[in-house]
Design a binder for this molecule. Structure first.
Ligand code: GLU
Length: 325
Protein backbone atom coordinates (compact mmCIF):
# COMPACT_ATOMS: atom_id res chain seq x y z
CA UNK A 1 0.00 0.00 0.00
CA UNK A 2 1.53 3.39 -0.98
CA UNK A 3 1.01 6.55 1.06
CA UNK A 4 -2.07 7.69 -0.93
CA UNK A 5 -3.79 4.31 -0.64
CA UNK A 6 -2.92 4.19 3.05
CA UNK A 7 -4.44 7.64 3.62
CA UNK A 8 -7.57 6.60 1.67
CA UNK A 9 -8.01 3.47 3.79
CA UNK A 10 -7.61 5.51 6.98
CA UNK A 11 -10.19 8.06 5.85
CA UNK A 12 -12.68 5.31 4.87
CA UNK A 13 -12.26 3.61 8.26
CA UNK A 14 -12.73 6.92 10.07
CA UNK A 15 -15.89 7.70 8.09
CA UNK A 16 -17.30 4.25 8.86
CA UNK A 17 -16.53 4.56 12.56
CA UNK A 18 -18.27 7.91 12.84
CA UNK A 19 -21.54 6.61 11.32
CA UNK A 20 -24.26 5.53 13.74
CA UNK A 21 -24.65 1.74 13.96
CA UNK A 22 -28.09 1.75 12.31
CA UNK A 23 -26.73 3.50 9.25
CA UNK A 24 -23.87 1.04 8.81
CA UNK A 25 -25.91 -2.15 9.22
CA UNK A 26 -29.50 -1.58 8.19
CA UNK A 27 -31.90 -2.45 11.01
CA UNK A 28 -33.38 -5.97 11.36
CA UNK A 29 -34.40 -7.60 9.09
CA UNK A 30 -32.07 -6.83 6.20
CA UNK A 31 -32.37 -10.24 4.50
CA UNK A 32 -35.02 -13.00 4.27
CA UNK A 33 -36.18 -14.68 7.49
CA UNK A 34 -36.51 -18.47 7.47
CA UNK A 35 -39.50 -19.90 9.37
CA UNK A 36 -39.21 -23.56 10.35
CA UNK A 37 -42.49 -25.52 10.44
CA UNK A 38 -41.61 -28.67 12.39
CA UNK A 39 -44.32 -30.75 10.65
CA UNK A 40 -45.18 -31.85 7.10
CA UNK A 41 -47.20 -29.62 4.74
CA UNK A 42 -50.98 -29.83 5.13
CA UNK A 43 -51.04 -29.79 8.95
CA UNK A 44 -52.29 -26.93 11.10
CA UNK A 45 -48.78 -25.66 11.89
CA UNK A 46 -48.18 -25.29 8.16
CA UNK A 47 -51.61 -23.72 7.54
CA UNK A 48 -51.23 -21.03 10.25
CA UNK A 49 -47.56 -20.38 9.36
CA UNK A 50 -48.33 -19.80 5.70
CA UNK A 51 -51.29 -17.48 6.36
CA UNK A 52 -49.14 -15.24 8.57
CA UNK A 53 -45.81 -15.55 6.71
CA UNK A 54 -47.36 -14.28 3.51
CA UNK A 55 -48.40 -11.04 5.23
CA UNK A 56 -45.23 -10.90 7.33
CA UNK A 57 -43.15 -10.45 4.19
CA UNK A 58 -45.08 -7.26 3.36
CA UNK A 59 -45.03 -6.01 6.96
CA UNK A 60 -41.31 -6.45 7.79
CA UNK A 61 -40.10 -5.67 4.27
CA UNK A 62 -38.27 -8.97 3.85
CA UNK A 63 -39.49 -12.36 2.72
CA UNK A 64 -40.44 -14.83 5.44
CA UNK A 65 -39.72 -18.21 3.89
CA UNK A 66 -41.57 -21.24 5.29
CA UNK A 67 -39.51 -24.44 5.45
CA UNK A 68 -41.02 -27.77 6.56
CA UNK A 69 -38.71 -29.88 8.76
CA UNK A 70 -40.90 -32.78 9.84
CA UNK A 71 -40.00 -35.57 12.25
CA UNK A 72 -40.04 -36.62 15.87
CA UNK A 73 -43.48 -35.14 16.56
CA UNK A 74 -42.16 -31.60 16.01
CA UNK A 75 -38.84 -32.01 17.85
CA UNK A 76 -36.54 -32.36 14.81
CA UNK A 77 -37.41 -28.96 13.32
CA UNK A 78 -37.55 -27.32 16.74
CA UNK A 79 -34.04 -28.55 17.50
CA UNK A 80 -32.89 -26.80 14.34
CA UNK A 81 -34.36 -23.54 15.67
CA UNK A 82 -32.76 -24.16 19.10
CA UNK A 83 -29.36 -24.53 17.41
CA UNK A 84 -29.75 -21.51 15.10
CA UNK A 85 -27.73 -18.32 15.59
CA UNK A 86 -29.83 -15.92 17.71
CA UNK A 87 -29.91 -13.24 15.02
CA UNK A 88 -33.59 -13.47 14.00
CA UNK A 89 -32.96 -14.96 10.56
CA UNK A 90 -34.15 -18.42 11.59
CA UNK A 91 -37.38 -18.55 13.59
CA UNK A 92 -39.80 -21.42 14.12
CA UNK A 93 -43.40 -22.26 14.78
CA UNK A 94 -43.80 -23.28 18.41
CA UNK A 95 -46.62 -25.80 18.90
CA UNK A 96 -48.09 -27.67 21.86
CA UNK A 97 -46.35 -30.80 20.59
CA UNK A 98 -42.88 -29.28 20.36
CA UNK A 99 -43.00 -27.05 23.44
CA UNK A 100 -45.08 -29.11 25.89
CA UNK A 101 -46.23 -32.63 24.96
CA UNK A 102 -42.94 -34.08 23.72
CA UNK A 103 -40.79 -32.40 26.40
CA UNK A 104 -43.25 -33.76 29.01
CA UNK A 105 -43.27 -37.36 27.87
CA UNK A 106 -39.77 -37.80 26.46
CA UNK A 107 -37.07 -37.89 29.15
CA UNK A 108 -34.48 -37.57 26.39
CA UNK A 109 -36.11 -34.64 24.59
CA UNK A 110 -33.09 -32.83 23.07
CA UNK A 111 -34.00 -29.32 24.36
CA UNK A 112 -35.71 -27.63 27.30
CA UNK A 113 -38.57 -25.50 25.93
CA UNK A 114 -38.37 -23.15 28.93
CA UNK A 115 -34.63 -22.50 28.51
CA UNK A 116 -33.64 -23.07 24.90
CA UNK A 117 -36.37 -21.08 23.10
CA UNK A 118 -37.43 -17.42 23.06
CA UNK A 119 -41.24 -17.15 22.79
CA UNK A 120 -42.26 -14.20 20.57
CA UNK A 121 -46.04 -14.29 20.04
CA UNK A 122 -48.70 -16.96 20.10
CA UNK A 123 -50.68 -16.50 16.88
CA UNK A 124 -53.75 -18.70 17.37
CA UNK A 125 -55.34 -21.40 19.50
CA UNK A 126 -57.16 -24.18 17.70
CA UNK A 127 -59.65 -26.88 18.72
CA UNK A 128 -58.82 -30.57 18.31
CA UNK A 129 -61.05 -33.24 16.84
CA UNK A 130 -61.48 -36.99 16.62
CA UNK A 131 -62.72 -37.84 13.13
CA UNK A 132 -63.31 -41.16 11.39
CA UNK A 133 -63.39 -42.48 7.84
CA UNK A 134 -67.00 -42.54 6.53
CA UNK A 135 -66.89 -46.37 6.47
CA UNK A 136 -66.36 -46.50 10.27
CA UNK A 137 -69.46 -48.10 11.85
CA UNK A 138 -70.30 -45.08 14.05
CA UNK A 139 -71.15 -41.45 13.35
CA UNK A 140 -71.51 -40.03 16.86
CA UNK A 141 -69.63 -40.17 20.14
CA UNK A 142 -71.76 -42.77 21.95
CA UNK A 143 -71.74 -45.19 19.02
CA UNK A 144 -67.99 -44.58 18.55
CA UNK A 145 -67.30 -45.44 22.18
CA UNK A 146 -69.54 -48.52 22.03
CA UNK A 147 -67.75 -49.75 18.89
CA UNK A 148 -64.29 -49.31 20.46
CA UNK A 149 -65.39 -51.11 23.63
CA UNK A 150 -66.92 -53.96 21.64
CA UNK A 151 -63.70 -54.59 19.70
CA UNK A 152 -60.56 -53.71 21.70
CA UNK A 153 -57.50 -53.63 19.44
CA UNK A 154 -59.51 -53.88 16.23
CA UNK A 155 -58.94 -50.24 15.24
CA UNK A 156 -55.96 -47.94 14.83
CA UNK A 157 -55.66 -44.14 14.84
CA UNK A 158 -53.41 -41.73 12.96
CA UNK A 159 -51.61 -38.89 14.75
CA UNK A 160 -49.26 -36.06 13.76
CA UNK A 161 -46.34 -37.78 15.48
CA UNK A 162 -45.06 -39.72 18.48
CA UNK A 163 -45.16 -37.73 21.72
CA UNK A 164 -47.18 -34.89 20.19
CA UNK A 165 -50.38 -33.45 21.59
CA UNK A 166 -52.61 -35.50 19.30
CA UNK A 167 -50.87 -38.69 20.43
CA UNK A 168 -50.95 -37.81 24.15
CA UNK A 169 -54.55 -36.57 24.14
CA UNK A 170 -55.74 -39.72 22.34
CA UNK A 171 -53.81 -41.87 24.83
CA UNK A 172 -55.49 -39.90 27.65
CA UNK A 173 -58.86 -40.51 25.98
CA UNK A 174 -58.05 -44.25 25.85
CA UNK A 175 -57.17 -44.35 29.56
CA UNK A 176 -60.32 -42.44 30.56
CA UNK A 177 -62.63 -44.41 28.26
CA UNK A 178 -60.98 -47.77 28.98
CA UNK A 179 -60.56 -48.53 25.29
CA UNK A 180 -57.63 -49.75 23.20
CA UNK A 181 -56.80 -48.34 19.77
CA UNK A 182 -53.40 -48.83 18.12
CA UNK A 183 -51.30 -45.69 17.49
CA UNK A 184 -49.94 -44.98 13.99
CA UNK A 185 -47.68 -41.88 14.06
CA UNK A 186 -47.03 -39.74 10.96
CA UNK A 187 -44.68 -36.85 10.16
CA UNK A 188 -47.48 -34.38 10.71
CA UNK A 189 -51.24 -34.17 10.32
CA UNK A 190 -50.96 -33.74 6.53
CA UNK A 191 -49.85 -37.34 5.90
CA UNK A 192 -52.04 -38.60 8.80
CA UNK A 193 -55.12 -37.09 7.14
CA UNK A 194 -54.14 -38.49 3.72
CA UNK A 195 -54.09 -42.04 5.08
CA UNK A 196 -57.33 -41.61 7.05
CA UNK A 197 -59.17 -40.17 4.05
CA UNK A 198 -57.77 -43.03 1.92
CA UNK A 199 -59.18 -45.54 4.42
CA UNK A 200 -55.76 -46.91 5.42
CA UNK A 201 -56.36 -45.91 9.08
CA UNK A 202 -59.98 -45.60 10.31
CA UNK A 203 -59.56 -42.98 13.09
CA UNK A 204 -57.76 -39.62 13.21
CA UNK A 205 -56.90 -37.37 16.15
CA UNK A 206 -56.15 -33.94 14.68
CA UNK A 207 -56.18 -30.20 15.12
CA UNK A 208 -59.34 -28.86 13.53
CA UNK A 209 -57.95 -26.44 10.85
CA UNK A 210 -56.32 -29.24 8.86
CA UNK A 211 -59.30 -31.63 9.14
CA UNK A 212 -62.12 -29.16 8.63
CA UNK A 213 -62.04 -29.05 4.79
CA UNK A 214 -62.30 -32.87 4.71
CA UNK A 215 -65.12 -32.83 7.28
CA UNK A 216 -66.95 -30.22 5.21
CA UNK A 217 -66.88 -32.32 2.06
CA UNK A 218 -67.81 -35.54 3.85
CA UNK A 219 -64.49 -37.36 3.54
CA UNK A 220 -64.09 -37.38 7.34
CA UNK A 221 -66.83 -37.67 9.96
CA UNK A 222 -66.30 -35.60 13.15
CA UNK A 223 -67.02 -37.45 16.41
CA UNK A 224 -65.97 -35.11 19.24
CA UNK A 225 -64.03 -31.84 19.60
CA UNK A 226 -61.72 -30.32 22.21
CA UNK A 227 -62.88 -26.71 22.64
CA UNK A 228 -64.30 -24.62 25.51
CA UNK A 229 -67.80 -24.73 23.96
CA UNK A 230 -69.41 -26.26 20.87
CA UNK A 231 -68.05 -24.75 17.68
CA UNK A 232 -70.09 -22.56 15.33
CA UNK A 233 -68.55 -24.51 12.41
CA UNK A 234 -69.60 -27.90 13.88
CA UNK A 235 -72.70 -27.18 15.99
CA UNK A 236 -73.79 -30.83 16.21
CA UNK A 237 -70.48 -32.19 17.48
CA UNK A 238 -70.11 -32.38 21.29
CA UNK A 239 -66.98 -31.37 23.23
CA UNK A 240 -64.96 -33.86 25.28
CA UNK A 241 -66.08 -31.91 28.38
CA UNK A 242 -69.75 -32.53 27.54
CA UNK A 243 -68.95 -36.23 27.19
CA UNK A 244 -67.43 -36.33 30.70
CA UNK A 245 -63.82 -36.16 29.51
CA UNK A 246 -62.72 -32.71 30.62
CA UNK A 247 -58.97 -33.58 30.80
CA UNK A 248 -58.94 -34.31 27.03
CA UNK A 249 -60.67 -31.01 26.27
CA UNK A 250 -57.45 -29.12 25.44
CA UNK A 251 -56.80 -26.82 22.51
CA UNK A 252 -53.57 -26.61 20.50
CA UNK A 253 -51.62 -23.39 19.79
CA UNK A 254 -49.27 -22.05 17.15
CA UNK A 255 -46.86 -19.16 17.65
CA UNK A 256 -43.48 -17.71 16.74
CA UNK A 257 -40.40 -18.83 18.67
CA UNK A 258 -36.68 -18.25 18.21
CA UNK A 259 -33.53 -19.65 19.78
CA UNK A 260 -32.59 -18.48 23.28
CA UNK A 261 -30.87 -15.07 23.63
CA UNK A 262 -32.84 -13.61 20.74
CA UNK A 263 -32.19 -9.82 20.84
CA UNK A 264 -35.05 -7.64 22.10
CA UNK A 265 -34.98 -5.73 18.79
CA UNK A 266 -35.86 -8.95 16.91
CA UNK A 267 -38.52 -10.04 19.41
CA UNK A 268 -40.16 -6.59 19.35
CA UNK A 269 -40.10 -6.40 15.54
CA UNK A 270 -41.72 -9.83 14.98
CA UNK A 271 -44.16 -9.43 17.86
CA UNK A 272 -45.20 -5.97 16.61
CA UNK A 273 -45.64 -7.25 13.07
CA UNK A 274 -47.68 -10.23 14.33
CA UNK A 275 -50.04 -7.90 16.22
CA UNK A 276 -50.51 -5.80 13.08
CA UNK A 277 -51.10 -8.82 10.85
CA UNK A 278 -53.66 -10.57 13.07
CA UNK A 279 -55.74 -7.36 13.08
CA UNK A 280 -56.06 -7.40 9.29
CA UNK A 281 -59.65 -8.40 8.42
CA UNK A 282 -58.59 -10.80 5.64
CA UNK A 283 -56.13 -12.60 7.95
CA UNK A 284 -58.66 -12.70 10.81
CA UNK A 285 -61.21 -14.25 8.49
CA UNK A 286 -58.80 -16.86 7.12
CA UNK A 287 -57.74 -17.94 10.62
CA UNK A 288 -61.24 -17.80 12.15
CA UNK A 289 -62.70 -19.76 9.23
CA UNK A 290 -60.51 -22.69 10.34
CA UNK A 291 -62.33 -22.72 13.72
CA UNK A 292 -59.34 -21.08 15.46
CA UNK A 293 -59.15 -18.27 18.00
CA UNK A 294 -56.73 -15.40 17.22
CA UNK A 295 -54.27 -14.51 19.98
CA UNK A 296 -51.29 -12.42 18.78
CA UNK A 297 -50.21 -12.04 22.43
CA UNK A 298 -47.00 -10.72 24.04
CA UNK A 299 -43.74 -12.65 24.49
CA UNK A 300 -44.39 -12.82 28.25
CA UNK A 301 -47.94 -14.13 27.74
CA UNK A 302 -46.74 -16.75 25.26
CA UNK A 303 -43.96 -17.82 27.65
CA UNK A 304 -46.53 -18.23 30.44
CA UNK A 305 -48.76 -20.34 28.15
CA UNK A 306 -45.88 -22.66 27.26
CA UNK A 307 -44.97 -23.04 30.93
CA UNK A 308 -48.60 -23.78 31.90
CA UNK A 309 -49.13 -26.27 29.05
CA UNK A 310 -45.89 -28.09 29.88
CA UNK A 311 -47.10 -28.40 33.50
CA UNK A 312 -50.46 -29.83 32.35
CA UNK A 313 -48.84 -32.40 30.06
CA UNK A 314 -46.27 -33.35 32.74
CA UNK A 315 -49.13 -33.97 35.17
CA UNK A 316 -51.09 -36.01 32.60
CA UNK A 317 -48.01 -38.12 31.80
CA UNK A 318 -47.33 -38.68 35.53
CA UNK A 319 -50.88 -39.37 36.65
CA UNK A 320 -51.86 -41.56 33.68
CA UNK A 321 -48.43 -43.22 33.58
CA UNK A 322 -48.13 -42.52 29.84
CA UNK A 323 -44.91 -43.57 28.12
CA UNK A 324 -43.54 -43.26 24.61
CA UNK A 325 -43.97 -46.97 23.86
N1 GLU B 1 -50.50 -31.70 16.26
C1 GLU B 1 -49.42 -30.75 16.15
C2 GLU B 1 -49.57 -29.71 17.25
O1 GLU B 1 -50.62 -29.13 17.41
C3 GLU B 1 -49.38 -30.12 14.78
C4 GLU B 1 -49.42 -31.12 13.69
C5 GLU B 1 -49.19 -30.58 12.29
O2 GLU B 1 -49.13 -29.34 12.10
O3 GLU B 1 -49.04 -31.40 11.37
O4 GLU B 1 -48.66 -29.45 18.02
Amino acid sequence: MDRRQHLGALLAAAAGASLPLAARAQAYPNKPVRLIVPFAPGGTTDIIARIVAERMSATIGQNMIVENRAGGGGTVGTLEVVRAAPDGYMLGMGTVSSTAANPAINPRNPYDPLVDLTPISNIAATPNVIAVHPSFPARDFRAFLAELRKSPGKYSYASSGTGGNNHLLMELFKVLSKTFVLHIPYRGSGPAINDTVAGVVPILFDNLPSSLPFIRDGRLVPIVVAAPTRLAVLPNVPTFAEMGMEPVNRMAFYGFVGPKNLPKEVVDRIHGATRTIVQEPAVRKRIEDTGSVILGNTPAEFAAQIRAELEVFRRVVREQKLTLD
